[in-house]
Design a protein around this ligand. Structure first.
Ligand SMILES: [Zn+2]
Length: 465
C-alpha cells in the first residue's frame, strides 16, 4: 500500500525512474499489477523512451500496454525514416520553448481528467501537457469555470492524441449543441471559400502564433481587416503557442493534429454559443487520399470517429467545401470581391506573394498572378514522386499550359482536368442539417456540377493499391 503511494507520488512529479523502481516491485502482486504496468508504460512514454517501452511491455496483454506499444513502434519507425530534426534545429526549438511564459501556479499533468489540465489567470488560459505548458489569450469575459468539461476534453484530444492514448478515453459527459456556426479560418484560399459558402453569421476564428517565426501574418491581416472593417463577417483572432507541443516529438512547429487548428474555437464554444465548427478541407483531403487516390471518405474511421467526438461536445463537424476541390475553391473566391484582399503565400509582404513558393504556383498562379515555374521550391515539389496534391497540380499545370514540366507523367495529361473545378454532389451528404441546405445552395450558385460517371472515382495517379 505504502509503495503504491510512493510510486504515484514519484510519477506525478515526473520522477519516472523512481516511479518505475517502485512499480517493478509491485508487478508480481496481482492486485497492483495493472496500476504498476500502467506506470511503467506511461513513464517510458513521457520520457519518449520508446525502445525501453517496447522491450518492457511487448508481452503484456492489457489494452493500455498494447496501444502504447503500437504507438511506440510507429514513433520509432517515423524517426528512423529520416524525419528526425537536425540537432541545430532541436537546439533552436529548445531555446524557443525555454523562452515561453509559465503560469504563476504550477499544475501537474493529469492523464485521467483532461479538464484538470486547464487553468485561467486573467484572460490567459493555460494547458498543462506532459512536457510543459501552452496558453491562449482569450477574449475579455471568457470564463473557464463556465466552460463545459467536454470541450476541454475534446481540446486536449486534438492537441495530444497522436502521443497520448489517454486523451481518447470516453468523455465524462455530453454537451448540448450551441446555435452559432464557426469556421477555423486561416485566411487562405480554401478557408476563404468555406467562409463564402457558410452562413453570414458564421464566426471565423483565426489562430495567431504568439512567437516570431518565418510565418508572415500580414497577408492574413489584410483580409481579416477587410472582413471585420466592412462588417461582412466577424473574425476573432486568438493568440497561442500551442504549436510548440509537437516539437517535443521530433516535429517542427505546427498543429498537433488536423483539428488542432480549431482548438481556440472548441475552447470558445460556450463563450460564443457555438454549435458547429467548419474546416476548409477540399476534396483533395477528403475524398482523395493525399490528393491522389479516391476513397469513400464517409466510411473512413477518421470521419466517423471525429464526427462522433465533436457531436458529443455539442459541435457539428462541418466540411463546407467537401464537394469542392482546391480548384473549385479558387473559382469560388475568384467570384468574390474578397479576392483582392486575399493571398495564400505565407512569405508575401502583405500585398503580394513571393512568386517562388509552392502556394504561389498552385494557389496564386490559377488566379492569374505571376510566379516563376523554374524556382527551386516549385521545381522540387513538381519533381517529387508521388507528387504532393497531385490532382490539383496536374490541373494547374494543364490550365496554365505547363504540361512539359512533367515529361514522365505525359500520359496523365491525356485527360481533360476541367471537371476538377466542378462540384461533386456526394460531398453534400457529409453535411448535417440545418447547415447542409444553406451551404449546398451557395456552393451550387458558385460552381457547375461534375458530370456522371464521376472521373474523381477513377483517380489513382500512381497506381497505388
Ligand atoms: Zn509565395
Amino acid at each position: 500500500m505504502f509503495r503504491r503511494v510512493l510510486m504515484r507520488r514519484a510519477y506525478n512529479v515526473g520522477r519516472y525512474e523512481a516511479a518505475r523502481s517502485h512499480a517493478r516491485l509491485l508487478l508480481n502482486n496481482p492486485k497492483e499489477r495493472t496500476l504498476a504496468r500502467s506506470v511503467m508504460v506511461r513513464s517510458y512514454w513521457n520520457e519518449q523512451a520508446f525502445q525501453a517501452l517496447i522491450e518492457t511491455a511487448s508481452e503484456w496483454e492489457d489494452d493500455l500496454a498494447r496501444s502504447y506499444c503500437s504507438l511506440a513502434i510507429e514513433r520509432l519507425s517515423a524517426t528512423d525514416s529520416g524525419k528526425k530534426l537536425t540537432s541545430s534545429k532541436q537546439g533552436r526549438l529548445e531555446r524557443l520553448r525555454g523562452e515561453q511564459p509559465k503560469p504563476k501556479h504550477a499544475m501537474e499533468w493529469n492523464s485521467t481528467d483532461m479538464a484538470a489540465n486547464f487553468s485561467q489567470e486573467g484572460e490567459r488560459l493555460w494547458f498543462r501537457y506532459p512536457q510543459g505548458y501552452v496558453y491562449w489569450d482569450m477574449p475579455k469575459g471568457f470564463d473557464l469555470s463556465s466552460t463545459h468539461e467536454v470541450l476541454l476534453w475534446l481540446a486536449a484530444e486534438t492537441l495530444l492524441s497522436p502521443w497520448e492514448p489517454s486523451t481518447r478515453a470516453p468523455f465524462p459527459s455530453i454537451r448540448a449543441c450551441g446555435e452559432r456556426p464557426s469556421l477555423s479560418f486561416s485566411a487562405g484560399t480554401d478557408s476563404t471559400a468555406a467562409a463564402l459558402v457558410m452562413p453570414d453569421h458564421t464566426l471565423l476564428g483565426y489562430h495567431r502564433r504568439s512567437f516570431d517565426s518565418m510565418l508572415d501574418h500580414r497577408n492574413a491581416e489584410r483580409l481579416i481587416g477587410h472582413l471585420n472593417g466592412s462588417g461582412e463577417r466577424e473574425v476573432i483572432q486568438i493568440e497561442s503557442n500551442h504549436e510548440l507541443i509537437r516539437t517535443h516529438h521530433d516535429k517542427p512547429v505546427g498543429f498537433s493534429s488536423d483539428f488542432a487548428c480549431a482548438v481556440h474555437l472548441i475552447l470558445l464554444a460556450d463563450h460564443c454559443d457555438l454549435g458547429a465548427i467548419g474546416f476548409g478541407t477540399p476534396i483533395d483531403n477528403t475524398f482523395l487520399w493525399k490528393g491522389r487516390k479516391f476513397r469513400a471518405f464517409e466510411e473512413t474511421h477518421y470521419f466517423t470517429y471525429w464526427t462522433k467526438r465533436f457531436q458529443e461536445a455539442g459541435l457539428n463537424l462541418l466540411f463546407p467545401i467537401s464537394s469542392v476541390s482546391e480548384a473549385g475553391a479558387l473559382m469560388i473566391v475568384k467570384q468574390s470581391s474578397w479576392v483582392d484582399h486575399l493571398n495564400s503565400c505565407m512569405r508575401g509582404d502583405g500585398t503580394k506573394g513571393c512568386g517562388r513558393c509552392w502556394k504561389c504556383f498552385h494557389k496564386n498562379g490559377p488566379l492569374g498572378r505571376t510566379f516563376d515555374i523554374k524556382s527551386h521550391e516549385i521545381q522540387t515539389y513538381l519533381n517529387k514522386r508521388p507528387m504532393p496534391t497531385a490532382t490539383h497540380a496536374l490541373w494547374a499545370l494543364q490550365t496554365m499550359g505547363h504540361e512539359d514540366e512533367l515529361p514522365d507523367m505525359a500520359h496523365l495529361f491525356e485527360q481533360d482536368f476541367s471537371w476538377w473545378e466542378k462540384v461533386y454532389p456526394p460531398g453534400f451528404d457529409l453535411l448535417p442539417e440545418p447547415w447542409r441546405k444553406q451551404i449546398e445552395k451557395r456552393v451550387r450558385a458558385f460552381l457547375p456540377v461534375m458530370e456522371k460517371p464521376y472521373e474523381l472515382h477513377e483517380i489513382n495517379h500512381f497506381d497505388e493499391p
